[in-house]
Design a protein around this ligand. Structure first.
Ligand code: IPE
Ligand code: IPE
Ligand code: MG
Length: 261
């Protein structure tokens, strides 16, 4: 029986599991998205289902973060964006927000050395000044320590809101026009790109959202114009390398037309 690539890559038992390097090799024969962005959702519900506090879901979700960063790097993806905290998430209970704000420091402690070894560059997308000082410090250290790296760009979208991002870009464009740095007639789509947090990076080719919600939640509204969208019912703490490969494989089957035929 001829196995399809998909069956071979994902439909295995422990005994027939292909080696990861073989799976990577097979995936790399197809187009690899340059930029993958992930709306990591479902931590709270994952915890609730197990009778645990919501923060237990966030703690578990960190394990998935570590696994997916490595999978993206192994695949040779250029940019990976992880939506970690939205401008709307401040509405959550104080203890939950406090816990989430500690995670960048945790991540720094556990992962900085390995990320440096992997030549990963960490960037923050979002309004830094509203974060607690300890979180700002962690994000600065991450960015400073990895700024010369030339491998995977890992964008942590923290206090990120796409509408805020667009308003900020608009204000700065207006300022530059008013001060004569730029002519109004020069403003085009590329100009807008340059004023967003994601300046210099490709638009996401693929956006993944976990936990069964089929919405965008104020994420990359400008950049997603032609992104392929991929949704799964699986909650973020249960998401893993295999499901990530599946999303990439599905992406490889999509026909991207950009309005043409
Ligand atoms: C995603 O999980 C993490 C963040 C938004 C910070 P949630 O915390 O939104 O989990 P659910 O959606 O309540 O299950
Ligand atoms: C989106 O998830 C934000 C992040 C993943 C950080 P939410 O859980 O905040 O989104 P909604 O409220 O369900 O739209
Ligand atoms: Mg949620």
């Amino acid at each position: 029986m001829i196995q399809t690539l998909k069956q071979w890559l994902t439909g295995y038992t422990e005994d027939t599991k292909p080696k990861d390097e073989d799976r990577l090799h097979a995936l790399k024969k197809g187009p690899i998205p340059r930029h993958v962005a992930v709306i990591m959702d479902g931590n709270g519900r994952w915890a609730k289902k197990r009778g645990l506090p919501r923060i237990a879901g966030h703690r578990e979700g960190m394990k998935t973060v570590r696994e997916i960063v490595r999978a993206a790097d192994d695949l040779g993806i250029q940019s990976l964006t992880l939506y970690s905290f939205s401008t709307e998430n401040w509405k959550r209970p104080k203890e939950e927000v406090e816990y989430l704000m500690k995670l960048p420091e945790e991540f720094l402690k556990t992962d900085l050395e390995d990320l440096k070894r992997r030549n990963v560059r960490v960037k923050m997308l979002g309004q830094e000044e509203d974060l607690p000082p300890h979180t700002q410090r962690a994000m600065r250290t991450f960015q400073e320590e990895t700024k010369e790296n030339t491998g995977l760009t890992l964008n942590l979208a923290l206090n990120y809101g796409s509408r805020t991002e667009i308003v900020m870009a608009l204000k700065r464009i207006i300022e530059d026009v008013e001060t004569g740095k730029m002519d109004k007639d020069e403003v085009d789509e590329q100009t807008v790109d340059r004023y967003l947090y994601t300046a210099g990076q490709p638009d996401p080719d693929l956006i993944i959202r976990t936990s069964g919600e089929i919405r965008i939640s104020n994420f990359m509204l400008w950049q997603l114009a032609y992104s392929e969208l991929w949704f799964t019912e699986v909650a973020w703490p249960d998401f893993n390398r295999e499901l990530f490969y599946q999303a990439i494989m599905d992406y490889q089957q999509r026909s991207r037309r950009y309005g043409a035929v």
